[in-house]
Structures are given as structure tokens and as C-alpha cells.
Design a protein around this ligand. Sequence first.
Ligand SMILES: [Zn+2]
Length: 205
Amino acid sequence: MKAILVKRARVRSIAVAILTCAINNILAQARTGPALNEDAFAFAKHLIKKGHFIADTKGAWRGHRPSANEENEFIRLHGFGEYARWHLGIDDHYAENTKRRYKFPYGDFKSVHRCGLLAAKARARQYGYTEIEKAAAKLEQALSMQSKNSARHGLPIREGTRSLAEAHVGASAGLLRSAFDTNAATTQSFHDVKNASINSGKSSL
Ligand SMILES: [Zn+2]
């Protein structure tokens, strides 16, 4: 009888140890996830201010995010330093010259995509990377605001319109929605044409 009790206690303690270990692993993963790439955040903000963005919608990211070949070609031409700036997350478990180090892309190496920011925000939220989620949300707000202001004034989004746009930050978003949607659709079709021409010249890296 005594032997059975000892055996049960041992099994229980092993089970507790396994459970503790599993919980610790989960906590360790949460702690060691990618951190916010402050440099990329500042760069994306700068691009938005300059009007280098596509004000599209969430579902478009699947078709717009750079392919592995496009990423490799960009790295070949510009290096990992530039590649890093297009990713909101940085995971220092991986070496600086590996693609795995850089997570949460938000653009196509030319423009910030609203679709990319929304995808990054959703994914960061899913994994509990709060800092990255907040950064993506802030950028998305800045982009939407900039886009709406440009649409309201019927002006192309260029650097020259920036001060005008900034003067109207805080304007009612609801009033501008229809104009914004028209603008987004136009930008979208332009982007599709641009993408088609990029894809046709794809390298086979
Ligand atoms: Zn897009």
C-alpha cells in the first residue's frame, strides 16, 4: 500500500514538473519574441509624411507583400541594413545577415501599405507583441489621416501638400470617407499595374 502511495506521489510530481516546464516555455517564448524595430518605425513614419504610401485595405496584403525572390533581390541590391528598415519587428536570436531576424514587413520596398500595417497589427496582437501592435496601429492611423486629408483637398499626395495636410489633422474622419474610398481605389489600380510590371521581370534567385 505504502509503495503504491509513493509511486502515485512520484507520478504526480513528475506531472507537475512537466506542466511547470511547459508553462515556463510559453512564458519564455512570449518574453523572447521580436522587439519593436524603432528605426523601421521612424522610417515608415517618414515615408507616410512624404506621401509614399498605398491606402488600401486589409485583404490585399497577400498579393502585395514582397515574394521571397523580391526580398532576395532587394537584399542583393541594398543589403540587410535597408531590408531591416522595412520590418517592424526585430528578433535578435538570429544573426544580422539572416532574413529570419526581421519580422512584420509593412511595405513593398517602395511604399508603406495600409494592408501590410493592418496585417502586422493583427498578427502582433495574435502573438501578444504589444509594442509592435501599437506601432502598427499608430502608423495605420497616420496613413489614414494623411490619405483623407489629401483626398479632401483633391490634391495628389506629395511633399508639398504636407503642411496643408498637417494643418487639418483632427478633421472629421466620417465626412471624408467617400472621398477617401475613391482615392484608395485609384491608388489600388495604379498599384496593380505597377506590381504586374515588377512581377513580369521577376528574377529566379
Ligand atoms: Zn497593399
